[in-house]
Design a protein around this ligand. Sequence first.
Ligand code: SAH
Ligand code: SF4
Length: 353
Amino acid sequence: MINLKNLNYKELEKFVLEKGWQKFRAKQIAKWLYNKKVKSFQEMTDLSKDIRQTLEKECEINSLQLITYQQSKIDGSIKFLWKLKDGNTIETVLINEKNHKTLCVSTQVGCAVGCRFCYTTKDGLIRNLETSEIVDQYINVQRFLGESEENRISNIVYMGMGEPLANYENVKKSVQIFTHPDMCKLSHRKITISSSGILHQIRKMYEDKDFPEVKLAVSLNASNQNQRAYLMPISQTNTLEELMELLRSIPLKPGWRITLEYVLIKNVNDTPEDAKRLVNLLKKDKHRFKVNLIPFNPYPESDFERPEENRVLAFEKILWDNNIATFIRWSKGRDIAAACGQLRKKELLQIDV
Ligand code: SAH
Ligand code: SF4
């Protein structure tokens, strides 16, 4: 069985031609899959009966099954828990921003990177998601919300479970599908890939002509090399200095900035000295970067704590006083199993164990 959402536009055309159908069938199928978001091949009414039958026999149309969802009473964000074909589970979070909706997608079951503060990585990497499993998070949530203008998801952030650049090919294909004018038609400017800073993969992405140009976020999480190597073991080999050098050199479209994410952890990296070191790190090219401060989301048995609000505000102020664009990301839906991966863990305990 082939899942059609594993195919980018070129591959879909190739598939159609190999079946002996005319090329324009690819455009029709793409419209049904990504625009109409149909649940079955039978709904593809402008295809001949023969084509529909062949598709039904040989292809799959959905890779996710909704297990449960929770809506935050605080900010209306919704967390979805899906079951994959092999029984693994993943999460997607819909975030209601002031004027738009953002979907936070997962790219792996688990993660191999091993950041000390992160719940997703506790059991290591289980597997990469297929392209269709990434794209279907968007298709299913948009279908769940309905297609009205006010419910339209305009932004996608690759900040759910997993390290997107460690699942390079499937993530790349999902971005191709999200941005293709005959597929999801989302704006390149409104898609952000967040990475822990795997240097060779970031370089590869910028050199890859087939990788649609989308925004980059990097999880910095520290103000010096020792601290970063402690919090993010990947920094032992992909050092802060090399990372900053790379981020200063990559080409950016006019008006685009790189987001630096900084998880603020109480008494670990949240001091005024940290803020000042961060200023020093960024002062040479302030306009290249913006900083997102994310107060740590505690979870059962986590080694770390969230800093008090005044500490977070003081950190932010030092950055703003030095003209560094800084935004605090108070985590959405703190009441719905806040940190990434938590809903999944909760369900695992209930279902599988
Ligand atoms: N692997 C990618 C994307 C997924 S993690 C990356 O690391 O960038 C998305 C963001 O969530 C990262 O910036 C990470 O530092 C942050 N994060 C992970 N665990 C967290 C927690 N418990 N509280 C707050 N932020 C967390
Ligand atoms: Fe993986 Fe990102 Fe979590 Fe680090 S923060 S373990 S890279 S998901």
